[in-house]
Design a protein around this ligand. Structure first.
Ligand code: PSU
Length: 305
């Protein structure tokens, strides 16, 4: 059996030419942002990748086909669709086998990108260890995926709704290189600061590409997390966001929100509590990540001596 993959025209062309490609996820479209900002952002992110010399490949499952790159119409339809499955490693294959439609999280997008031979992927923020995980055991499958699949994920750190110290601990245990771009502190999605030191720091996309090549040469499995701080002008300072996050988490508990619903619920609640400011920041950080991912993909595509 082969995986039914459909490449968009521009991705097929880039693959044939060996040109740089950046994978993009679709859960951020279906579960991370409201319509129509979700579709507008997805288009702007794709444009940003192109403007920096790479081809965007938004990944999603549509009626049982694994799409690597979406057309305008497919993107629009996905952005408006309701009750789309949020796919991770555990349910990805079943969705394809049953001919259903689903959006790919970071974990599933990494798997899809790897199947398509794409080594760099841009998103907003990875999933991680949720606060209270010692009770709920809620740890995102994104972390395991980073440990097994050789794709570099460019994100603005881990979402500040998470327990970031525990998220970094788990990444270290799993042997995932966490590279912060341009500062000594690990960023916290909407905020540049987290109070935690960068495990590794690299300020140049070519350095990141070289680290990827060396890891591959050494036969070490798994990917990299590149943590790219949100631009200063777009950030919401940590102190201002902390009470909002605490309130959103309390609301989630009061409503019995669990498992896959937690992250989408919290993002939506924080959007409401900040009067949309969190969405503005989210859009700015994704665009910023698309740019860096395109530069890393470009550096990889160049042969080095
Ligand atoms: N980045 C964003 N918004 C999002 C996500 C990332 O700016 O909604 C999604 C990704 O798909 C990521 C998911 O995999 O949130 C994490 O969900 P969970 O915590 O349930 O693993």
């Amino acid at each position: 059996m082969t995986v039914p993959m459909i490449f968009s025209a521009e991705v097929a062309e880039a693959r044939a030419a060996g040109a740089p490609i950046v994978a993009l996820e679709s859960t951020i479209i279906t579960h991370g942002m409201p319509y129509p900002q979700n579709v507008e952002t997805a288009r702007r992110v794709e444009a940003e990748v192109r403007a920096h010399g790479a081809t965007p490949a938004t990944i999603a499952v549509i009626e049982g086909k694994l799409h690597i790159g979406l057309s305008e119409d497919e993107l629009e339809a996905l952005g408006q669709a309701r009750n789309v499955a949020k796919l991770s490693r555990a349910d990805f294959a079943a969705c394809i086998a049953q001919g259903r439609t689903g959006a790919t999280t970071v974990a599933a997008t990494m798997i899809g990108a790897h199947l398509a031979g794409i080594r760099v992927f841009a998103t907003g923020g990875i999933g991680g260890v949720h606060k209270g995980a010692e009770q709920s055991f809620d740890i995102s499958a994104d972390l395991q995926e980073l440990a097994r699949t050789p794709v570099t994920v460019v994100a603005a750190g881990a979402k500040a709704i998470l327990d970031i110290p525990k998220t970094l601990e788990v990444l270290e245990t799993l042997g995932v290189p966490v590279i912060v771009n341009g500062q000594d502190e690990f960023p916290a999605f909407w905020s540049r600061q987290s109070g935690l030191a960068a495990p590794l720091r690299m300020d140049d996309p070519a350095q990141i590409a070289a680290a990827m090549e060396m890891r591959a040469a050494m036969g070490l499995e798994g990917g990299h997390l590149v943590a790219n701080p949100i631009p200063a002008e777009a950030e919401i300072p940590r102190e201002r966001l902390a009470p909002v996050i605490a309130r959103a988490i309390a609301d989630a508990e009061a409503h019995g929100i669990a498992a896959k619903q937690v992250t989408p619920y919290l993002l939506q609640r924080i959007f409401e509590l900040t009067d949309g400011e969190s969405l503005e920041a989210n859009i700015a950080l994704v665009l910023n990540n698309a740019r860096l991912a395109a530069q890393i993909a470009g550096a990889l595509a160049k042969p080095r001596g």
